[in-house]
Write a protein that binds this ligand. Structure first.
Ligand code: ZN
Length: 392
């Protein structure tokens, strides 16, 4: 028996096959017409493989796609905010018939990662998809740009996955939902707050997670490690920062650090819902949703990702959002605060933008300890002073 929230849709559905089933499907796949995945599709495929996208059984068919774009629902009415699709060019699509089986290849190594029964072949409406999912058709938005760069035709159907790319080798903290559920159950936890992150964690993020630790049984720090946009700190460097922070400033038995292989779409409010569904699958009861969660630039209002949860129906999600604002150090309070807890003005608040922080670190300048822990700053200064970091 566990006290954990149920997976989205009722049960975990990992698409990674094993044993004889894998051997047979893998041998067959090597004889099938190949389709090369793009980087986002590879990361989605691994999310499907591990069961993080439960209950999806493969890349979306047309009715699921249409309803997800239009009203954030799968064809069975279950909440789902963002299409998980496989695209091909019109030329490629001409060679594939509905009912065909195809092999899905990793773009880099041409390695067979999965096989799929093409139940449906359908055209997408990129303009509509961009407007509905991202709230904009502006090519300056990286999520919109990637839709316009992919193929014109989508293939949907049940998928069998053979490997998880190099994620298990690259990350000691790679974990599947069934595994984190077992860890949480073993600890006797029922309420677990997930913290989504794509940045190194500074004092503000530490404070958000500690608000959650005050009220939940455990904390799940869950960085996204799929490909990020240019200028973001690479996953390996961030992992060093998270480990240093946890080792020095958190009670060891109350925090679990694991990674997941998705790519950010920067879809703001809709992505906040996806982040919640994924964490529910991993066994979490709460998701910390910060200011402009999963946003980029000025495409979304600071609290759009909070408000979207208010529009859901009862029973859509078991996981609950913990809606929090940005936090910062106040010199007059002598503490971490937010606009909800501190009466003082900006002149007393320590605010450093991401861009300004990167500039400081590249110059070898250390931000104050009230902004970031010294152990984290050590790692970041070393990286930004290195050749790899200075090129970014
Ligand atoms: Zn204050």
């Amino acid at each position: 028996m566990t006290n954990l929230v149920p997976p989205h849709g009722g049960r975990l559905l990992p698409l990674l096959v094993s044993g004889d089933e894998r051997d047979e499907a893998f041998s067959e796949a090597k004889t099938l017409p190949p389709v090369k995945l793009n980087s986002r599709e590879v990361s989605d495929l691994i999310m499907l493989a591990i069961g993080a996208f439960s209950p999806l059984d493969g890349f979306m068919r047309n009715e699921d796609y249409q309803r997800v774009v239009k009203e954030m629902r799968l064809s069975n009415n279950l909440l789902w905010p963002i299409p998980v699709t496989l695209s091909v060019s019109e030329d490629e699509a001409d060679k594939i018939k509905e009912g065909d089986r195809i092999a899905l290849l990793n773009p880099g190594e041409n390695e067979v990662m999965a096989s799929m029964l093409v139940e449906e072949k359908y055209s997408c409406d990129k303009h509509r998809e961009a407007l509905k999912v991202f709230g904009t058709d502006d090519m300056g938005h990286p999520g919109v740009k990637s839709i316009y760069e992919q193929g014109e035709v989508y293939l949907g159907g049940p998928t069998k996955v053979f490997n998880e790319d190099d994620y298990p080798q690259r990350f000691a903290e790679f974990a599947r939902p069934a595994e984190t559920r077992a860890i949480f159950a073993d600890k006797g936890w029922a309420t677990i707050a997930a913290f989504q992150t794509r940045n190194p964690m500074h004092r503000s993020h530490e404070y958000l997670t500690k608000i959650a630790l005050e009220v939940c049984d455990g904390l799940f720090i869950h960085p996204i490690v799929g490909r990020l946009k240019a200028g973001d700190t690479p996953a390996e460097v961030r992992m060093e920062c998270y480990r240093a922070l946890l080792n020095n400033y958190y009670p060891k038995d109350r925090v679990v650090l694991k990674v997941y292989p998705m790519e950010m779409r920067y879809a703001g409010p809709r992505e906040a819902i996806l982040h919640a569904i994924i964490r529910q699958n991993f066994g979490c009861s709460h998701l910390i949703v910060g200011r402009d969660h999963a946003g980029i630039g000025t495409y979304y209002g600071p609290f759009d990702a909070h408000r979207i949860f208010d529009e859901l129906s009862l029973g859509d999600l078991y996981i609950q959002p913990m809606k929090l604002d940005t936090t910062f150090w106040c010199s007059r309070c002598g503490a971490m605060v937010s606009s909800k807890t501190c009466p003082h003005g900006d002149e007393d608040h320590l605010l450093i933008s991401g861009t300004k922080l990167r500039e400081m670190l590249t110059r070898g300048e250390r931000p104050p300890e009230q902004f970031s822990r010294k152990e984290v700053v050590d790692i970041l200064v070393k990286y930004y002073q290195s050749e790899a970091g200075s090129l970014r």
